[in-house]
Design a protein around this ligand. Structure first.
Ligand code: SAM
Length: 299
């Protein structure tokens, strides 16, 4: 095999697939990148340099991994597919700074693995994600205690749009708020279907997330805040009042609590959740939380 050529070219990818008799698994979201320019742009957006330690999810046959390994200090790549492990050991044989971890990213003890493997260099996540589990993977990292500053990830365009959405748009929802609470989110560029083998049915986008020094808004109780946000979007066409009553209950006592909280936060009960900015959700959650804490009877 000619290892001087990039893996991410149609000919080299086809050659690797043929040599190992691989068949792509749709169930594992296997769409491999075959356009080297896209990889150059991904590595640029991620600002990877000789001090970087990069975590990659789903290296596939190593297309992105080899590009990362050429510039980073260290690459830790998690791949679930048994059949790809020997392939990766071969295609990435020349890169001593790459460690392949044969584990499901959602089940792996990430904190422990990273603590054992990386010294205190800046940590980044760079990945062409398996699209069927994009959100759980991102939330696993975002909510972890890992010192990750930057995420650069390829995903379905629509998911990237939801994570970067503004209020009063169709894409805005609880996922937007869950991400933007912790991270500054931007779409770096859009990627056409044609740069993958096999081609997916949807267009993709490169999303960049940079961790905020502190969460975007102050909330008195995070679990309560996220529960309120989720409840507000359960039925998007219904008013905030209807969604909150549906979630918290319809007794007089609850109605009074909700009405007081909304009034204190200066929010009309008749608006829809999608009209509320994250700051307004925080104000409402904090008002309701304080009333709940001071209430003598259980809410
Ligand atoms: N990085 C390669 C590229 O850009 O060409 C492949 C990307 S492909 C979209 C997604 C990869 O994630 C596949 O190799 C797939 O086997 C792997 N994968 C799927 N589910 C996974 C999981 N739960 N944990 C780790 N890897 C997973």
């Amino acid at each position: 095999m000619d290892k001087s050529k990039d893996i991410a070219t149609p000919s080299r990818t086809a050659e690797i697939i043929k040599t190992y008799g691989l068949s792509m698994k749709k169930s594992l979201g296997q769409n491999f990148l075959i356009e080297p320019n896209i990889l150059t742009r991904i590595v640029d957006v991620a600002n990877i340099n000789e001090n970087s330690c990069v975590i990659e999810v789903g290296p596939g046959i190593g297309a992105l991994t080899e590009r990362l390994a050429r510039v980073a200090k260290q690459v830790i790549a998690f791949e679930i597919d048994d059949y790809l492990i020997p392939v990766l050991h071969d295609t990435l044989h020349d890169y001593s700074n790459v460690t392949i971890i044969h584990q499901d990213i959602l089940k792996a003890p990430l904190e422990q693995i990273v603590a054992e493997m990386s010294s205190d260099v800046p940590l980044s996540v760079v990945a062409n994600l398996p699209y069927y589990i994009t959100t759980p993977i991102i939330m696993r990292f975002v909510e972890s205690q890992l010192p990750i500053d930057t995420f650069v990830m390829m995903m379905q365009k629509e998911v990237a749009e939801r994570m970067t959405a503004k209020p009063k748009t169709k894409a805005y929802g609880s996922l937007t708020i869950a991400i933007q609470y912790y991270m500054h989110a931007t779409i770096a560029f859009i990627v056409p279907k044609t740069v993958f083998s096999p081609q997916p049915n949807v267009d993709s986008a490169i999303l960049k997330l940079e961790r905020r020094e502190k969460p975007l808004v102050y909330v008195a109780n995070e679990d309560f805040f996220f529960e309120l946000v989720k409840a507000s979007f359960v039925q998007r066409r219904k008013t905030l009042w209807n969604n909150l009553q549906h979630h918290y209950g319809k007794s007089e006592h609850i109605k009074e609590w909700l009405a007081k909280g909304l009034a204190q936060a200066d929010i009309l009960p008749t608006i829809r959740g999608e009209a509320l900015a994250i700051e307004q959700f925080a104000k409402l959650a904090n008002a309701l939380w304080t009333l709940k804490e001071h209430s003598k009877s259980a809410i």
